[in-house]
Ligand binder design. Structure first.
Ligand SMILES: CCCCCCCCCCCCC/C=C/C(=O)SCCNC(=O)CCNC(=O)[C@H](O)C(C)(C)COP(=O)(O)OP(=O)(O)OC[C@H]1O[C@@H](n2cnc3c(N)ncnc32)[C@H](O)[C@@H]1OP(=O)(O)O
Length: 309
């Protein structure tokens, strides 16, 4: 797993796509979903790949993959889980037959509980650094993806879970008031780094982000819809069908034009992190290993346990 982790790199970055486009007028990046050689009756119509925490079903007729997060109990983003997600994303990004991706959860009631708190508590600075690099990697892969990406948010999605959804092109959430979504970092006594903040601001604007981040707000689905944190709220059993409908709508747009537009919209946000990755890792490590922050995290974990009892 370590070797694979160190091999991970952002192959399909926005800057790469833009520089290709400025140096040529050909349709680079265009990814037709039907092979010119194989007729439909000769093609496999779907393929499935499963690692221990990520299951991907790719429909080769439509070019749409559904990625199911299945890391019990709550899809918290540990280093191992993030590594599996990055490997799956990289495979899909390189697969010319995949043009759209729906991300959802196989765990009941939770999309993702965000970063695994145990990865940030009582760990060595080296391990914290490795963990944070993987978080950066996952964000970069998702935010710079050439695929149409849809978050099918079928449960609660705090902090890093919300960030994952925010990296997608479109978010659909289950209409269940027991679920919530938002960047609640301040409630844990920690701070959402600048690229979390940028991703939120790009979605809901400056004023809403200021309130959401300072107060660590978690929004119920209908409130998330009002503020623009999600794009659609549907009955729980309709989340996946609605995501399929949406992905097809996005895929109907000429691919080349859509990809360039996405790149233009996201490039400056991505560049800010790519040009500051090492400093961002150092900031994270020195912040998270402070005794006062460790104390806050311990208190928060105790609160989570008490809530259960
Ligand atoms: C100068 C300074 C500059 C600043 C520099 C900044 C540097 C950067 C600073 C740091 C930035 C960090 C950014 C962090 C992002 C994050 O994502 S932090 C994680 C936040 N997550 C949460 O707050 C979610 C907490 N969990 C919940 O609210 C609930 O669990 C749930 C998701 C709503 C599900 O509820 P329910 O179904 O009732 O399950 P539970 O019983 O609560 O949980 C089941 C078990 O899972 C454990 N768990 C839950 N969440 C997490 C998690 N995130 N990590 C690890 N473990 C988790 C929970 O404790 C239960 O465990 P058991 O009791 O052992 O069963």
């Amino acid at each position: 797993m370590m070797a694979v982790r160190s091999c991970l790199g952002v192959k399909f970055g926005v800057s790469g796509l833009l520089s290709q486009l400025t140096s040529s007028t050909r349709h680079h990046g265009s990814r037709p979903c039907v092979s010119p050689i194989l007729t439909p009756q000769h093609r496999n119509t779907s393929s499935s790949s499963t690692s221990s925490k990520v299951k991907v079903d790719l429909d080769q007729n439509t070019g749409v993959a559904v990625m199911h997060m299945q890391s019990p109990p709550v899809n918290s983003l540990s280093l191992d889980f993030i590594t599996e997600l990055c490997i799956s994303l990289e495979k899909l990004e390189m697969d010319k037959g995949c043009r759209g991706l729906i991300i959802t959860s196989s765990q009941p009631k939770v999309f993702s509980a965000g970063l695994d708190i145990l990865e940030m508590y009582g760990k060595s600075p080296e391990r914290c650094g490795e963990f944070w690099k993987s978080v950066q990697e996952l964000w970069l892969k998702l935010y710079s993806s050439n695929m149409v990406t849809i978050a099918a948010v079928n449960g609660s999605s705090p902090a890093g879970g919300c960030l994952m959804a925010l990296t997608c092109d479109y978010r659909i959430m289950a209409d269940n008031p027991a679920y919530s979504i938002g960047l609640n970092e301040t409630q844990l006594g920690i701070v959402a780094p600048f690229w979390f903040k940028d991703t939120l601001m790009n979605t809901i604007g400056l004023r809403n982000s200021e309130m959401a981040l300072q107060l660590g707000l978690l929004y119920k689905p209908q409130d998330a819809l009002k503020v623009g944190l999600v794009d659609q709220v549907v009955p729980e059993d309709q989340v996946l069908p609605a995501a399929v409908k949406s992905v097809n709508k996005w895929l109907a747009v000429p691919e080349h034009a859509r990809q360039i537009t996405k790149s233009m919209m996201r490039k400056s946000t991505i560049d800010r992190l790519t040009s500051n990755r090492e400093a961002d890792i150092q900031n994270f490590v020195s912040f998270i290993t402070r005794e006062s922050i460790q104390k806050s995290l311990r208190g928060y974990m105790e609160l989570l346990k008490q809530k259960k009892a």
